[in-house]
Design a protein around this ligand. Structure first.
Ligand SMILES: [Zn+2]
Length: 235
């Protein structure tokens, strides 16, 4: 086989190995997305639960202040009972007292109900916080894994690159530039093996004359369809 052809086959093998690793590296951040989404969802749930608790507390405190004010009112009415002179005023005051007591009972009930709901919310918030902690741990474990994988891939790429550069230096500049241009236009695959009588790049069936030319290997032969350089695989 033509020396340049042999070298380009080696170069292609190494470049494909680098591409494969670059692709893996590029896919790593995507793997983290579901973990990040899960954390964000739980965070959202936590914010909502906390907001609901705050609303309950705010309403309850308002109710408590109202109750307190009405208790003071009530005491005032009860003192006034001793001071009224006529039955009509007395009856009106008594009615007022009964009404205020009724309102206060309703308030107390409302406050108790709220306290119960708040307790439930507080428990729920604690549970969500626990879950969030777990999911965040899971996320950082995945991030650490991705970081380590990236480092391994980078090391592998650096190693392959050393060999690649040694080989690239031996290829004639014109062959090398032809190869590089083809690689850019053909998704990284510039030189492909014969597969029976088909192109190993686009799988198009090749004319017998081309196949026999490729098998001889003493010049660059390209696929008529995809324009890639063809070679015959050894063995
Ligand atoms: Zn082809």
């Amino acid at each position: 086989m033509l020396e340049d052809l042999k070298l380009l086959v080696q170069l292609q093998t190494l470049d494909s190995q680098i591409d494969e690793r670059e692709e893996k590296k590029a896919g790593l951040p995507k793997r983290l997305i579901p973990f990040k989404e899960r954390v964000e969802r739980i965070n959202q749930k936590l914010r909502e639960a906390k907001g609901e608790l705050e609303d309950l507390q705010k309403k309850r405190r308002h109710e408590e202040r109202e109750l307190e004010a009405r208790e003071i009112e009530l005491k005032k009415y009860q003192r006034q009972l001793y001071q009224v002179k006529d039955n009509k005023a007395y009856a009106a005051l008594e009615e007022e007292i009964a009404l205020t007591k009724e309102k206060n009972e309703a308030s107390e009930e409302e406050i108790l109900k709220s306290l119960e709901l708040e307790e439930g919310r507080i428990k729920e918030i604690k549970e969500i916080e626990e879950k969030l902690k777990e999911e965040k741990k899971e996320l950082s474990r995945e991030e650490e894994k991705a970081k380590q994988e990236t480092e391994v891939l980078d090391q592998e790429i650096a190693k392959i690159n050393i060999t690649r550069q040694k080989i690239a230096k031996k290829v004639s500049p014109s062959s090398l530039s032809r190869y590089e241009k083809l690689r850019q236009g053909k998704g990284g695959l510039a030189i492909v093996p014969l597969e029976g009588s088909s192109c190993g790049g686009c799988h198009m069936n090749l004319p017998p004359q081309i196949v026999s030319e490729v098998k001889k290997g003493n010049r660059f032969v390209t696929c008529e369809n995809c324009n890639r350089i063809l070679y015959r695989k050894e063995g």
